[in-house]
Design a protein around this ligand. Structure first.
Ligand SMILES: Cc1cc2nc3c(=O)[nH]c(=O)nc-3n(C[C@H](O)[C@H](O)[C@H](O)COP(=O)(O)O)c2cc1C
Length: 205
């Protein structure tokens, strides 16, 4: 049986329910599932099929712990850039900022993390389809995760920890794991608000 055969969920269900899953169980993900996810990621479209990417699947407990601490530092560095100095500046209640803050606290508990890197600086555009393929394949296996980014303040240390060459760019740092939350369906603005026909200002009907 191939990876493609194992990804049985309908494309519609995967696309309409794949949301940022930030609450993850620490339970390990079987090796064959991780492989299916990564085999899917590397099937993504990319510029000239030159595959200017490199992936790192982090499973080692000690490396995950260190990466978790660096992610926490990076997340708060990004908030400080926006003038958010601490939890008291984040609106209470159920919102994506709160949920992202919790992820920053719990990142190190994810059983798997995937770093998606571009071989050269400025190559981020070329890896974005791979990130989405990865998340959709993960969804089909009931594995949650989210796209997440780091911050320049931790860049050098993450590169040293994971032996990433200086010439490469770390684009995304994704936690993966079995979900603690429900998948539900993603909420987005209606199509007519974000899509025009023929011209920008002729709303899609
Ligand atoms: C480029 C990019 C960067 C993101 N960075 C983060 C991040 O650093 N931390 C995080 O928790 N979520 C991050 N996200 C996830 C978004 O917040 C999420 O996709 C968005 O809120 C929609 O959520 P939903 O799919 O659950 O509806 C990122 C998403 C993208 C596309």
């Amino acid at each position: 049986m191939t990876t493609a055969d194992r990804l049985k969920m309908s494309l519609g269900e995967a696309m309409f329910t794949q949301r940022a899953m930030r609450r993850l169980k620490p339970d390990p993900i079987p090796e064959e599932i991780i492989r299916d996810i990564m085999e899917s990621a590397i099937r993504a479209p990319n510029g000239g099929n030159t595959q200017q990417w490199h992936f790192i699947v982090v499973k080692d407990a000690d490396i995950r712990k260190q990466l978790g601490e660096l992610y926490h530092e990076a997340w708060w560095a990004k908030r400080k850039d926006q003038g958010i100095m601490g939890p008291e500046d984040i609106p209470p209640g159920k919102n994506s900022q709160r949920s992202a803050m919790r992820l920053a606290n719990e990142f190190g508990h994810a059983p798997v993390m995937v770093l998606i890197c571009a071989l050269a600086k400025g190559g981020a555009n070329g890896i974005i389809p791979a990130a989405q393929n990865l998340l959709l394949a993960a969804r089909a296996h009931n594995i949650g995760g989210t796209i997440a980014t780091l911050h320049a303040v931790v860049d050098e240390r993450v590169k040293r920890l994971l032996h990433i060459p200086d010439t490469a760019e770390i684009v995304y740092c994704m936690p993966l794991g079995y979900p603690r939350g429900e998948w539900g369906s993603v909420t987005r603005k209606p199509l007519e608000e974000v899509c025009g026909i023929d011209t920008w200002d002729n709303p899609y009907k």
